[in-house]
Write a protein of this length. Structure first.
Length: 70
């Protein structure tokens, strides 16, 4: 359903932590989202170079982090 489920799980964990603790805790969520998206881009560029079928896999599995959302 998603190409990077661990990243999505980490983002959901940070979001839940922020909602429980305080709105200020949303800052780590923003930073983690930026960091993980940049990391995903680098990983996927490398995977496309290393594995010819990865481009087709990306078309088949459209979502990156969260099912039905992103």
């Amino acid at each position: 359903m998603v190409r990077h489920p661990i990243y999505g799980g980490a983002l959901l964990l940070i979001l839940c932590w922020a909602l429980i603790s305080s709105p200020v805790a949303l800052l780590p969520l923003v930073l983690a989202t930026i960091f993980l998206d940049a990391k995903r881009r680098r990983e996927e560029a490398w995977l496309v170079e290393q594995y010819p079928g990865y481009a087709d896999y990306r078309l088949l599995v459209r979502r990156r982090f969260l099912p039905w959302l992103w």
